[in-house]
Design a protein around this ligand. Sequence first.
Ligand code: SAH
Length: 236
Amino acid sequence: MQEYFIEHPVAVGDIIELPEDKAHHAFNVLRLHHETVRLVYDGTAYFAEVYREGKRGLAKILSEDPNINELPADVTLCMALIRREKFELVLQKATELGISRIVPFVSSRCVAKDRQERAEKVMARRKAIVVEAAEQCKRNRIPELVEPVKLSELSRFRSDVNLAAYEKAGASALRLKDVLPASSVTAVIGPEGGFSEVEIEELSQNGFQPVTLGNRILRAETAAYYLCSVIGELCQ
Ligand code: SAH
C-alpha cells in the first residue's frame, strides 16, 4: 500500500484534495483507481480511498491506522559528507532503519564539497530522498534533515548516549552493546578518510565516546548501515 505524508490535519469521513505531486504519483505513476493508501499527518496515519474527479485527485479518509512504525528511541545520525551517491544512499537507508534526524557535517578529510551556490538545490534533493524513503517504508514521521554543519558544531545535537565510530578505537574499546539500549542516541560517522587524531580528541572532549564497530575497517556508508541497524535492534 502506498503512503503519502500530507500537510494539513484530517479527520475520518473527510474528503480532501491530494497535493499535486502526490496526485500525480498516485494516478499517473501508480495508476491507482479507488484504491486504499496510507496518509500520514503529524505522526497519525489514516487509511484513505483515492480517486479522480475531473482533474482533481481526491482522498476519502476511511479510518485511522493505529500502527506506529517508529523506533522507540530517538536516534540522530551525524554523517560526514561523503561522495554524493553514497551519501544519498545513507539518507535513504538510515530513513528506512528508523533514525529521527540526520546531521550532515564537514570535517578535514571530506572529499565531497558542499558548494554554497547549489546548497538550496542539494537540500531539496536530499529532502525528497528522505520523504520518499519514509513513505516507502511506511514511517509515521519524516526524519529531520539538518543543514550541513562543521564537526565542531556537532555538540548541539547530543543525546543521552553520544558515540563517535572510530576504527582505531582498539580491541578494548567500547562496543555498541556496552552502551545501549538508551532512549536517545547520537552517533557520528567519519568520511572516507576517517577522523584525524585531533578531530577524535575534539569529539571526545565534546562528550562523544569513541566506539568500535569491529575489527574490519568498513566504508563510511557501511558503518552507517551497521550502526543504524544495531541501534535499531538494541533499542527496541
Ligand atoms: N580511511 C580510514 C577508514 C575510514 S572508514 C582508514 O583507511 O584507516 C570511514 C568511517 O567509518 C570512519 O571515520 C568511522 O567513523 C567508520 N568506521 C569504519 N570502520 C569502523 C570500525 N571498524 N569501527 C568504528 N568505526 C568505523
